[in-house]
Write a protein of this length. Structure first.
Length: 124
């Protein structure tokens, strides 16, 4: 069997049909025990899982205003800068978003203020 040059191999690949190329790939995989599948980035998965476990930003959601609705409205006004009527509507519409996409540290501070006023808060 004569040795083929790179140019001859490339010329064959240019002229071959998709089915012929597919058969060639299968034959190479079987003969040499290799796979044409793209490698998976295994090392990146744990880093992505750690990032997903600890999000950089969260949304603070008021679940319940508890027994002190007026106190919670005051805190919501201070946090959001809303007027009295808008803050009351936000508190009445529980569950409602108080602040969206805030850093975790700021969210913890907001939660602390609302819990002290008697509210129930969760992060999403």
């Amino acid at each position: 069997m004569a040795k083929l040059t790179k140019e001859e191999i490339l010329a064959y690949l240019d002229e071959a049909t998709i089915l012929e190329l597919n058969d060639l790939v299968k034959a190479i995989e079987e003969k040499y025990g290799v796979s044409a599948a793209a490698p998976v980035a295994v090392a990146a998965a744990p880093a992505e899982a750690a990032e997903a476990a600890a999000p950089a930003n969260v949304t603070v959601v008021l679940s319940s205003f508890g027994d002190s609705k007026v106190g919670v409205i005051k805190v919501v006004r201070a946090i959001t800068g809303l007027g009295l009527v808008d803050a009351k509507k936000l508190v009445d519409a529980v569950p409602s978003e108080i602040k969206k996409d805030v850093p975790v540290e700021e969210a913890e501070n907001i939660k602390k203020q609302l819990v002290e006023a008697g509210a129930t808060v969760e992060f999403k």
